[in-house]
Design a protein around this ligand. Structure first.
Ligand SMILES: NC(=O)c1ccc[n+]([C@@H]2O[C@H](COP(=O)([O-])OP(=O)(O)OC[C@H]3O[C@@H](n4cnc5c(N)ncnc54)[C@H](OP(=O)(O)O)[C@@H]3O)[C@@H](O)[C@H]2O)c1
Length: 285
């Protein structure tokens, strides 16, 4: 018997794929998932028709323009997808009375904090990507009466491109790599985030949550750990600064998220990032 019908946006993305697989396995869940081809979130009429036709209990909005540098160079596209697209999803979800889970980012913060950011800290994004995702959060909070905003960071998973896959590919092509050492955050396995979302959406504990794998590292330390676990210790990794990399979009130097609301609500926290990375890499072999 189906007791929960879930609609997923951005279903061909890294997280969207794992959300789909995770909910398919849960008894009582029916999943309808849409990639960009079936549901372009910027098209409000299309979004409303598809949501109304499927009458989900929960919408998980994972679609986004996630290329931080191209968002900086093409802000119209970033705001259309991340801000207005999220408004469209929030309006359509509200029309059918569905709960809404909006996946957001650590990039809503400016990265100048000396301690992990809680859900109650002031946002101040420094990139167009961060600003457009924060605008999406505000639309979600404004148009949905039953929302969860789940801020996460540094995602990797089996599907799509990510930092771990890039490091493993470069390790086959090079013997030495330069990796940024002055940005600190929490790598997060999409499977773990999908499991957390599955628990959260069964509750009515609405609001903002910070959900990443626990612990933190720099990109340089992340790369070194990937090579160490994969037995590729012959790769020489050189720490460099963000300014040496010279990317179009600024990134927060420090984006560790405190899981304050997970603790306050007594929800199950995510495991340490090293443990999750071990499992991910063993699945790749
Ligand atoms: N990746 C990270 O490190 C990270 C960190 C923090 C938060 N997040 C958030 O987590 C969520 C999932 O990220 P992800 O890593 O899974 O990203 P992803 O792999 O880039 O997936 C996003 C998906 O959204 C789709 N999309 C783009 N524009 C769309 C549109 N107009 N209509 C419908 N679908 C559209 C993309 O399709 P195309 O491939 O066709 O463009 C892609 O399949 C996003 O909301 C992101 O902001 C990600």
């Amino acid at each position: 018997m189906v007791d929960l019908k879930i609609l997923i946006t951005g279903a061909r993305g890294q997280l969207g794929c794992d959300l789909e697989h995770n909910f398919f396995k849960i008894e009582g869940c029916q999943v309808v998932s849409f990639g960009r081809e079936e549901m372009d979130v910027t098209q409000s009429t299309n979004v409303q028709e598809l949501v109304a036709a499927n009458t989900p209990d929960v919408v998980i909005h994972s679609a986004a323009n996630t290329n931080v540098d191209s968002c900086e160079l093409e802000p119209d596209s970033a705001y259309c997808v991340n801000a207005l697209g999220s408004r469209n999803i929030a309006v359509a979800s509200e029309m059918v009375g569905a709960k809404l889970v909006y996946v957001s980012t650590d990039y809503v913060f400016d990265g100048t904090s000396q301690r992990p950011y809680t859900e109650f800290d002031k946002t101040n994004p420094i990139s167009i990507y961060g600003k457009s995702k924060l605008a999406g959060e505000r639309y979600v909070a404004g148009f949905s009466s039953k929302y969860f905003i789940v801020r996460t960071s540094w995602l990797y998973g089996e599907h799509g491109n990510n930092f771990v896959k890039t490091m493993l590919r470069l390790a086959k092509e090079k013997t030495e790599l330069n990796v940024v050492d002055d940005q600190v955050g929490s790598p997060t396995y999409t499977k773990d985030l999908a499991r957390f979302i599955a628990v959260l959406l069964r509750t009515d504990l609405y609001g903002i949550y910070h959900a990443t794998n626990t612990g933190s590292c720099s990109w340089f330390q992340f790369a070194e750990t990937i090579f160490q676990i994969s037995g590729l210790s012959h790769i020489k990794v050189n720490p460099i600064t963000t300014s040496e990399l010279n990317r179009p979009a600024p990134r927060p130097a420090y984006s560790i998220l405190d899981h304050y609301c997970i603790r306050l609500e007594g929800l199950p926290d995510l495991r340490p990032w090293e443990e999750a990375l071990h499992e991910y890499l063993s699945n790749q072999r």
